[in-house]
Ligand binder design. Structure first.
Ligand code: SAH
Length: 394
């Protein structure tokens, strides 16, 4: 096996089972591994540390497949994917839900591999050179273990560029059609556009939080900022909201959201195509107010390097939202930025409330569902954090 040898003393993070080797920690490579090929990772003193996928173009020059010295082959992917599926068994029993994350990358011991199941279709996203190299084995294993009839690939995330990989959208197993399918989440059917939808097509990580919102939407005037295909907006409608206003900058997303409301025979929210940053200002100037505001923006800070600019953006929209809330109103606010820690996010929200002049309280903390586990040794996996804040009654 090819060998990747670390600089002296740079084995510490691997020994704590953090699965990435940064290029700065690498001393040399013995052999001539190609992108995605398996290498053994060794310390400068000749201690074996892990088997990993080599990615010469990336700053993350290797990602660990296993901590013991073993062959990485089709059987390996069968085993790991089977394990991920078994760990999720029973998770959604008793709910009317057929959408679930089956593989959550590093946290399931499969760096660069994300797989979401929507009914009979699994959508896989391969975002590292190692994952890309094992495409066929991964597709077979998903089909075998994942309880679906076909496997689609949506490997078009920007991060692939950093690995020197081109974007790929394709049917891997089973028929290419239909490209528009449905997923049911707690009884609500959502259309998923396999070709053009965001990420794998739907944001499964917000499932439990959407249901939570449904529980307290009754009788309230609700604003859903960044609504995408209507995840929160339709749960608010299903929960008996008095009115629902939902905003997104994507006309395609709103078209799907509107169709989703019809499919589920829910009252049509007021859909608005536009920029939340501008619309919140417009609502302020119009003195419009709400009882419940959801803010689930795209990730403003992919890495910690973007944290400062992202902080300003989060503060801006949350400050405006606090101002639009009526007494006793609730703000349900999220960040899915890996570069913004839970601690920093809470500080940003505190600053927003302070500047808005409201003495708000955190009443709940939210995260992704149990099908999105996070390995304790992999803090980079901690991306989605949410807070519910209540502003005082009059
Ligand atoms: N809450 C949604 C997911 C939101 S994803 C759900 O439950 O499914 C973030 C969304 O924000 C995307 O649909 C994107 O089109 C939209 N978006 C990005 N920037 C925006 C902006 N400045 N104003 C309004 N929408 C924006």
């Amino acid at each position: 096996m090819h060998k990747l040898i670390l600089k002296a003393g740079r084995e510490k993070s691997l020994k704590r089972r953090h699965p990435w080797v940064f290029s700065g920690a690498m001393a040399k490579v013995q052999g001539s591994p190609g992108p995605g090929e398996t290498v053994g990772v060794w310390s400068a003193t000749g201690e074996f540390l892990a088997v990993a996928a080599y990615s010469p173009e990336s700053q993350i020059v290797a990602r660990v497949w296993d901590w013991k010295d073993r062959a990485i082959d089709a059987a390996y992917f069968q085993e790991r994917i089977q394990r991920a599926v078994v760990q999720r068994r029973g998770l959604l029993d008793g709910t009317s839900t057929d959408g679930m994350r089956l593989v959550n990358g590093e946290s399931d011991g499969l760096p660069g591999v994300v797989a979401d199941r929507y009914g009979d279709t699994i959508v896989v996203q391969l975002s590292s050179a190692g994952a890309d190299r094992w495409r066929e084995a991964i597709a077979d294993a998903l089909l075998e273990a994942g309880g679906a009839k076909r496997v689609w690939e949506r490997s078009d995330a920007d991060v692939r560029e950093l690995e020197g990989l081109p974007p790929v959208t394709a049917a891997l197993r089973g028929p290419r059609e239909p490209t528009r399918i449905a997923v049911t989440e707690n009884g609500i059917r959502f259309s998923v556009d396999l070709e053009h939808g965001h990420k794998t097509g739907f944001y499964l990580d917000q499932r439990d939080n959407r249901r939570r919102l449904r529980e307290f939407a009754r009788g309230r005037d609700v604003l859903d900022g960044f609504c995408y295909t209507g995840g929160f907006a339709l749960n608010a409608a299903a929960g008996g909201a008095k009115s629902v206003t939902a905003v997104d900058s994507s006309a395609d997303a709103i078209a799907l959201a509107r169709a989703n409301a019809d499919t589920n025979k829910l009252a049509q929210p007021e859909w608005m195509e536009g920029d939340v940053f501008l619309l919140l200002r417009k609502f302020r100037d119009q003195a419009r107010s709400f009882d419940l505001i959801v803010l689930d923006p795209p990730k403003f800070a992919p890495t910690a390097a973007h944290a400062e600019k992202a902080s300003r953006a989060y503060k801006d929209i949350n400050l405006l939202a606090f101002k639009l809330l009526r007494p006793g109103g609730l703000l349900v606010t999220f960040s899915c930025s890996g570069g913004v820690s839970a601690d920093l996010f809470q500080k940003i929200i505190a600053g927003a409330a302070l500047d808005a002049g409201v003495d708000a309280r955190i009443t709940e903390r939210l995260g992704p569902g149990a099908d999105h586990p996070m390995a304790l040794n992999f803090p980079e996996g901690d991306y989605l954090k949410g807070l519910i804040c209540r502003v005082p009654d009059k």
